[in-house]
Design a protein around this ligand. Structure first.
Ligand code: HEC
Ligand code: HEC
Length: 302
């Protein structure tokens, strides 16, 4: 920097480098100054319009600005736009779902695929906790993706299962509750043999006799295949509703399924309750049909 200013009248700041490189004191161009002041005005406007100043107002909330803008409001407005668009786009499909019985929905390929596509999230929210995603089943809860049905695999039966719920009942120790431990053990062996196609072996004749005495026939049918879908498991098909190990089979026969005393499940009984969804699902009329079509499509619909 120089101590002598060789250009005293030029309006420089007196800062001079490398002999002749000087800092001048010119005003900025007018256009620049105008935008600069406009920026200030905008700041004032912004800070009044949007929530800027973190002060509390009379009701103890932070100041929200004149626009009452929040991120949540903005999200909700955008979401509403999307939802309105979606509702309008699919309005006729939804109307058809509401108007037609499930049997008709099933016949209409287009409507059927729409019902299936729109069921997945619903199934995840309301059903997958017990039936696993895709209806694959969780131990203790039935698989929905096979053709082994407790309550029937027609679309109407599936719809009824979802709408009204299902509670399977099996008494403990046979219909009369009078089987001895030995008899329970024999009939368990017989039932396991049945599931493996060896029910007629002479070795299981004692168990077979207990099967009649305990009136297992009434629910499970003469050879382990229930005659009507009343919730009783098929004992002859090798697919186990609960578990295939002998201890589990003995335990089901000894303690039954959903056996209650004073309104409470007794110790050891299998709890098998499918809740009713008539009142649980939003927009239940349409959503039960949608889910019935979806479950029917999982592979085992009849
Ligand atoms: C709290 C657990 C639970 C939830 C949640 C649940 N289920 Fe079930 N569901 C069961 C049980 C347990 C059974 C078997 C009832 C029985 O053993 O008789 C069952 C049975 C069924 C059946 C009959 C299966 C058959 O073999 O006949 C259908 C269909 C069904 N559920 C569909 C659904 C759908 C669809 C949803 C969702 C809206 C759902 N379930 C939610 C527990 C549940
Ligand atoms: C009143 C009807 C009824 C009678 C009587 C009955 N059961 Fe059952 N049983 C059921 C039902 C219902 C289920 C399945 C419950 C479910 O899945 O919710 C079942 C399930 C079973 C299971 C479990 C099957 C599996 O796949 O895990 C076995 C084993 C069984 N019963 C054996 C017997 C034997 C042996 C007798 C006779 C001593 C008998 N049951 C009598 C209704 C009955």
């Amino acid at each position: 920097m120089a101590h002598n200013n060789p250009w005293p009248d030029e309006g420089n700041t007196g800062h001079i480098w490398d002999e002749d490189l000087r800092e001048l004191d010119n005003p900025p161009p007018l256009w620049w100054m105008l935008s600069f002041y406009a920026g200030f005005i905008m700041i004032i406007f912004y800070s009044l319009y949007y929530p800027t100043i973190p002060l509390t107002n009379a009701s103890g909330e932070f100041t929200k600005g004149m626009a009452d803008w929040t991120q949540v409001n903005e999200y909700q407005e955008d979401f509403k736009v999307l939802n309105d668009w979606r509702t309008a786009k699919f309005a006729d499909k939804e109307e058809q779902l509401a108007a037609l019985p499930v049997t008709e929905i099933l016949k209409n390929e287009d409507l059927k695929s729409y019902a299936i596509a729109t069921s997945k999230a619903l199934f995840g929210d309301y059903c997958a906790a017990c039936h696993a995603s895709g209806g694959a089943g969780i131990p203790g809860f039935p698989v929905l993706a096979d053709d082994d049905w407790l309550w029937g695999g027609s679309i109407a039966q599936i719809e009824a299962s979802i709408a009204n719920g299902r509670i399977g009942n099996m008494p403990a120790k046979g219909m009369m509750g009078n089987l001895t431990d030995q008899e329970i053990s024999d009939v368990a062996d017989y039932v396991i043999a049945l599931s493996e196609g060896r029910g007629d072996d002479a070795a299981y004749s004692a168990g077979k006799a207990v099967y009649s005495k305990g009136m297992c026939v009434a629910c499970h049918g003469p050879a382990g295949t229930p005659m009507a879908p009343t919730g009783a498991a098929n004992l002859a098909d090798g697919i186990w509703r609960f578990a295939s190990d002998r201890d589990s089979v003995v335990s089901v026969i000894a303690h039954g399924v959903n056996v209650k005393k004073n309104g409470v499940h007794i110790e050891g009984t299998r709890q098998a309750v499918m809740p009713s969804f008539k009142e649980r699902l939003p927009n239940a009329d349409v959503n039960i049909k949608r889910l019935a079509v979806y479950v029917h499509s999982l592979g085992g619909g009849q």
